[in-house]
Design a protein around this ligand. Structure first.
Ligand code: MD5
Ligand code: FE
Length: 203
């Protein structure tokens, strides 16, 4: 399988297209229960990306730090269940990429509006870094920044578009990454946003 962006990575272009309508329906059903919100970083900055979660655990940030919780702090109830169409897609993509045992227990849903960005960071709030992360892009195109093991390492730009899936595991799992500010546009199905489903095994 292709690992154009280095060992442990796989890019599945357009892989989610055969179920894009079911994915968008499920996404909006999740967001109707646990709404998109702009979380605050430990340093006090409001994130430009709006987020929600589904699954047994959800990723949150506030003044106290970054962590996974079983309860949505906005509703004080559990996060919405992970839709079957999400789980099936994540497991298929992971299997295609060489990770046949991936069973995510968390799906962070990121919503980018024009200008929204994600600065360079590592994902390290999960318990086991041997578990991969599966990322599904929906809607407006974006430029993904893929760095190295240090924040100062040079980054490569990866264009990501509607229904593309990227899988990050093994030696790629802790590489720095980010997303450039989203450009204005309108996607025929998704409208003026980019959504990203980020499947993890948190616990
Ligand atoms: C996004 N989201 O496009 C990205 C997709 C996040 C986040 O980064 O933390 O919500 S996930 C990309 C990712 C995950 C784990 C490792 C690497 C990339 N990597 O090694 O580059 O909204
Ligand atoms: Fe990340």
């Amino acid at each position: 399988l292709n690992d154009d962006f280095g060992p442990g990575t796989a890019v599945l272009r357009g892989y989610a297209r055969d179920r894009e309508a079911a994915i968008m329906d499920a996404l909006f059903a999740v967001a109707a229960k646990s709404h998109f919100r702009h979380m605050v970083t430990p340093g006090g900055f409001r994130m430009s990306v709006a987020m929600t979660n589904c699954g047994s655990f959800g990723w949150v940030t506030d003044r106290k730090g970054y962590r996974y919780t079983a309860v949505d702090p906005e509703t004080n109830g559990i996060w919405p269940a992970m839709p079957e169409v999400f789980m099936d897609l994540a497991r298929e993509a992971a299997t295609m990429a060489g990770y046949p045992n991936f069973v995510p227990d968390a799906c962070l849903i990121n919503r980018y509006e024009p200008g929204a960005r994600l600065s360079l960071h590592q994902d390290k709030n999960e318990k086991d870094f041997d578990e991969p992360i599966v990322s599904v892009s929906l809607g407006l195109p974006a430029v993904f920044l893929f760095g190295g093991m240090e924040r100062s390492d040079k980054t490569t730009q990866i264009p990501v578009g509607h229904c593309d899936i990227l899988v990050w595991g093994g030696p790629a799992r802790l590489r720095y990454h980010g997303v450039n500010p989203l450009k204005e546009g309108s996607h025929p199905i998704v409208g003026g946003f980019r959504f990203n489903l980020t499947f993890r095994k948190a616990a």
